[in-house]
Design a protein around this ligand. Structure first.
Ligand SMILES: Nc1ncnc2c1ncn2[C@@H]1O[C@H](COP(=O)(O)OP(=O)(O)OP(=O)(O)O)[C@@H](O)[C@H]1O
Length: 233
């Protein structure tokens, strides 16, 4: 699903301070790609992900996802868009501690109109044999696999990942990147990955660099490398 943003602006007001988190941000991302968003802390990466994902509204400009123009959607339609088209993955996994692996993933399934099969998804992420465990009984990498399953079971067109490997060591992090690549190749999902790790840019089809709310650079990798070969930092 194609993502198209044109001159998007977003400001946050907190007290007397105004922060312009997105300044005239424009980009075009063809469908079914892996895209990484690089940039220093506070450069607007999460804000960009949140407006694309329909978590947050923007002040001006336009975002088109497939055939939906987000600023034209009413709140209820934006919620529907988010539920049916978008999966989110965060650094902190955000699993519900009192629910098992399967129950956590069920939360994602119930949100969607066209969910995938529970067993298929848990097998794909390698968590079927641990479906009755609780989050505290799992390693960080396993918890992130469950979070990915919860996002994937919705069968989203777009998977938005905010520092998905930020809390993981190199080996576990690369396993998660391999899983994201698998998802992109086998489900045709567009995968957007925010990262501080420049090396992750090498496995993407497209790299977007942000600074002070602006998209300063976008480039394509002719030959994205395998996640195993990513330089970790
Ligand atoms: N809800 C909010 N209220 C007020 N200011 C905010 C809010 N969210 C973000 N900001 C500000 O907007 C700017 C961009 O923040 P954003 O989180 O998008 O940056 P980022 O590049 O994702 O940073 P990081 O890498 O640290 O997560 C920052 O100056 C931040 O303080």
């Amino acid at each position: 699903m194609m993502i198209f943003a044109n001159k998007v602006n977003k400001t946050y007001e907190s007290g007397e301070i105004t922060v312009q988190a997105l300044k005239q941000a424009s980009l075009t991302i063809p469908g079914q790609k892996i895209v990484t968003i690089l940039g220093p802390s506070g450069s607007g990466k999460s804000t960009l992900l949140n407006v694309i994902g329909g978590i947050d509204r923007y002040d001006s400009g336009s975002i088109t996802i497939g055939d939906q123009v987000l600023e034209k959607l009413k709140d209820r339609q934006l919620t529907e868009y988010r539920r049916n088209f978008v999966g989110f993955i965060f650094q902190q996994y955000n699993l519900i501690p009192t629910l098992t692996v399967e129950e956590n993933v069920e939360v994602g399934r119930e949100l969607s109109k066209q969910p995938l099969e529970m067993k298929d998804i848990l097998l794909k992420v390698g968590m079927w044999d641990k479906k009755d465990k609780f989050p505290y009984q799992l390693s960080g990498g396993e918890q992130q696999r469950v979070a990915i399953a919860r996002a994937l079971i919705k069968n989203p067109q777009i998977l938005l990942c905010d520092e998905p490997t930020g809390a993981l060591d190199e080996e576990t992090g690369k396993n998660i990147l391999r899983l994201l690549k698998y998802v992109n190749e086998n489900y045709g999902t567009t995968v957007l990955i925010i990262t501080h790790n420049q090396g992750i840019g090498e496995m993407a089809h497209t790299v977007i660099r942000m600074s002070s709310g602006e998209i300063v650079d976008t480039y394509q990798n002719e030959q994205p490398i395998d996640p195993e070969k990513v330089t970790w930092s």
